[in-house]
Design a protein around this ligand. Structure first.
Ligand code: ADE
Ligand code: ZN
Length: 339
C-alpha cells in the first residue's frame, strides 16, 4: 500500500461536475486577453489568484463571468477545453462530463457554433489522444429568465448530437428550479439527459423541486439536502446521484471547515455521492486535490475512496457496458492495493 495521494492518483475516475469556464487558468486568461484585446483588471497572472477570495457564490460568479470575457474565438474554446482534458488525463480521469454556459458567451455576441465547435473538437482530440470519453452538458443561467433559456435550447438543437444533457447553474437563491419547468420538459422531450445545481446555497426545498418538477437525473451539489431527513432517505432510496465539490464548498463558504463536509455521512447513508472540482482554476484544485481534501479531513478509508471512484462511473451518462468496464478497472485497482 502506497500513501493516500498515490492511491487517489492511481484510481480510474470520472469527473461529472466541472464548468469548462471554471478551468480558465490565469496564464491562459492573460494570453487570450492579449490576443483578443480584452482589458483585465489585473497587472499580471500572479495577481489573479490573489483576487480569488470569496464570501459567497455571488462574489465568485462576478469574477467567473468577468473571466469568460476573454473567450472570443472558436480556437479559445478549443484551447480552454484542451487544457482541461490534459490536466484531467494527468490525474487518471478516464471520463469527463463537461458543463458550459452558452448564454455567458452568446450574450457578448460570440456565436453558439464557435463555443460548441471549439469545445467539441478539443474533446474529440482528447479521446483520440488519451482514450478519454466525454459528454457535454449545456447549462442555463438561472438568473436570466426562462424565455432566454428556451431560446438557447431552440438554437442548440442545430448541434443536437454534440450535447448529451442540459443543466442549471449560476445564482441559486431566488431562482428556484420551478422557474425552468417548461424548459426542462422540452429538453427531456428532445431526448437530453438533465441535471441541475440545487442545494448549494439554496434550501433543501430547491433539491425537492429539481427532483419533482424538473425530474432531473442528477443533482449538482445538493449539500443542503442534509437539512431534510426525509429527502436524504429519498435520495438514498432512489440513488439519484449528487455531484459534490468539496474545495468549491470550502471556498464559497457552503461548509465552514472541510471536516464539516457531508460527503462521508451521505456515503454511509447509502447516497450515490461523487467528488468533483466544479471550477478548479478558482478553487485551488482539480479532481485529485478534491479527493485528497475529503479523504484527509474526514479520514475516509480506502474502500470509501474506491467507492467514490466507482460511484463516479455509476452516476455518469455512459452506456451500461462502458460503466461496467470502468468499474471493474476500479475494482482491480483497489484489490491490487490491498495485496
Ligand atoms: N457556475 C460555475 N460554478 C458554479 C457554482 N458553483 N454554482 C452555481 N453556478 C456556477
Ligand atoms: Zn457547479
Amino acid at each position: 500500500m502506497g500513501n493516500v495521494a498515490t492511491f487517489i492518483h492511481g484510481l480510474p475516475k470520472a469527473e461529472l461536475h466541472v464548468h469548462v469556464e471554471g478551468t480558465l487558468e490565469p496564464k491562459l486568461m492573460f494570453d487570450l486577453a492579449a490576443k483578443n484585446g480584452v482589458p483585465l483588471p489585473y497587472a499580471r497572472p500572479e495577481d489573479v489568484q490573489k483576487a480569488y477570495s470569496f464570501r459567497c457564490l455571488r462574489e465568485f460568479l462576478d469574477l467567473y463571468y468577468q473571466g469568460t470575457g476573454v473567450l472570443v474565438e472558436e480556437s479559445d474554446f478549443f484551447a480552454l477545453s484542451q487544457a482541461y482534458a490534459k490536466r484531467a488525463h494527468a490525474q487518471n480521469v478516464r471520463h469527463v462530463e463537461v458543463s458550459f454556459d452558452p448564454q455567458a458567451h452568446t450574450a457578448r455576441g460570440v456565436p453558439l457554433a464557435a463555443v460548441i465547435g471549439g469545445l467539441h473538437s478539443a474533446l474529440v482530440e482528447a479521446n483520440r489522444q488519451y482514450g478519454m470519453s466525454w459528454k457535454l452538458i449545456m447549462c442555463f443561467l438561472r438568473h436570466l429568465d426562462a424565455a432566454d433559456a428556451m431560446a438557447t435550447l431552440d438554437h442548440a438543437l442545430e448541434h443536437r448530437d454534440l450535447i448529451s444533457a442540459v443543466g442549471l447553474d449560476s445564482s441559486e437563491v431566488g431562482n428556484p428550479p420551478s422557474k425552468f419547468r417548461q424548459v426542462f420538459k422540452r429538453a427531456k422531450r428532445e431526448g437530453y439527459h438533465t441535471v441541475a445545481h440545487a442545494g448549494e446555497e439554496g434550501p433543501a426545498k430547491y433539491v425537492r423541486e429539481a427532483l419533482t418538477l424538473l425530474c432531473v437525473e442528477r443533482i449538482d451539489h445538493g449539500n443542503r439536502a442534509t437539512e431534510d431527513a426525509a429527502l436524504i432517505a429519498q435520495l438514498a432510496d432512489s440513488r439519484v446521484p449528487l455531484t459534490l465539490c468539496p474545495l468549491s464548498n470550502l471556498r464559497l463558504g457552503v461548509v465552514e471547515r472541510m471536516a464539516d463536509h457531508p460527503i462521508r455521512e451521505m456515503l454511509e447513508k447509502g447516497l450515490l455521492v461523487t467528488v468533483n472540482s466544479d471550477d478548479p482554476a478558482y478553487f485551488g484544485g482539480y479532481l485529485n486535490e478534491n479527493y485528497q481534501a475529503v479523504a484527509e479531513a474526514l479520514n475516509l478509508s480506502r474502500d470509501q475512496i474506491g467507492q467514490l471512484a466507482r460511484n463516479s462511473f455509476l452516476a455518469s451518462f455512459l452506456r451500461p457496458t462502458e460503466k461496467e468496464r470502468l468499474i471493474s478497472e476500479v475494482d482491480r485497482f483497489v484489490s491490487a492495493d490491498r495485496t
